[in-house]
Design a protein around this ligand. Structure first.
Ligand SMILES: [Ca+2]
Ligand SMILES: [Ca+2]
Length: 227
């Protein structure tokens, strides 16, 4: 085979191999981050945070956010997954498109007051938007680790599964802290079981219904059953 033919065949095979890859490219997430302060200026560093994405006025998805500490400050970060360049939803199943609009950022179910307008989504964009929380505190039910607004044996199982079996991180670790110590360990499962079956004390507030914790610990709460 001549060197020229080899070269041409190589190019054809290369094109065939690359074609499907080039056809569907994953688009990088759009990221929104910033600082949230309460009305009295205190930094907000925990809570159920999410961005509501809309297309033509209809909700497309709620993207959850997280809180992180860096450079001596508390930050929120929300990553919004985008469809691939051919419109496939990607591995997460739900994804926004470029030009979709972030309609609101919510904390514990209440909209945040934003220091800058939310624009249309752009792949790979990183936008800082600081915000003020009109409602302070974190709404949840202590002990409701599963979470389904009921404290039962499933909640103790959730605590143990997360601590010892490598199950997924519960949506609201603050709620899993059944004894309210600010630390998550086996004592929380024991406390919940003692309350349920041995006549032990109920988990400290908030509970047994949804309530507000004005001084939550640093355990965090991505999504509360009360949000
Ligand atoms: Ca539960
Ligand atoms: Ca605890």
């Amino acid at each position: 085979m001549s060197a020229l033919r080899k070269c041409c065949l190589g190019l054809v095979f290369g094109a065939l191999t690359l074609a499907p890859v080039a056809a569907e490219l994953p688009l990088p997430d759009a990221t929104i981050y910033g600082q949230i302060k309460s009305k009295d200026g205190a930094p907000v560093k925990t809570g159920a945070l999410s961005a509501r994405v809309e297309r033509g006025g209809a909700a497309v998805l709620q993207a959850p956010g997280i809180f992180v500490s860096a450079d001596g400050a508390d930050w929120y970060v929300i990553r919004i997954p985008l469809e691939t360049n051919i419109g496939a939803p990607g591995p997460t199943g739900l994804a926004a498109r470029e030009a979709d609009v972030v309609a609101a950022l919510t904390l514990n179910g209440s909209p945040l007051e934003l220091g800058a307008p939310l624009g249309a989504l752009k792949a790979g964009s990183v936008t800082r938007i600081d915000a003020t929380a009109a409602v302070s505190g974190l709404r949840y039910i202590r002990g409701d680790c599963s979470p389904d607004r009921v404290v039962n044996i499933s909640d103790a199982v959730s605590v143990l599964g997360y601590l010892f079996l490598g199950t997924a991180t519960p949506a609201c670790l603050e709620a899993c802290d059944g004894d309210g110590t600010g630390v998550l360990n086996i004592s929380d499962a024991v406390y919940i079981l003692g309350f349920l079956f041995l006549g032990g004390p109920a988990p400290p507030p908030p509970g047994p219904g949804c309530g507000t914790d004005d001084s939550p610990s640093d355990l965090g709460c991505v999504t509360s059953s009360c949000a």
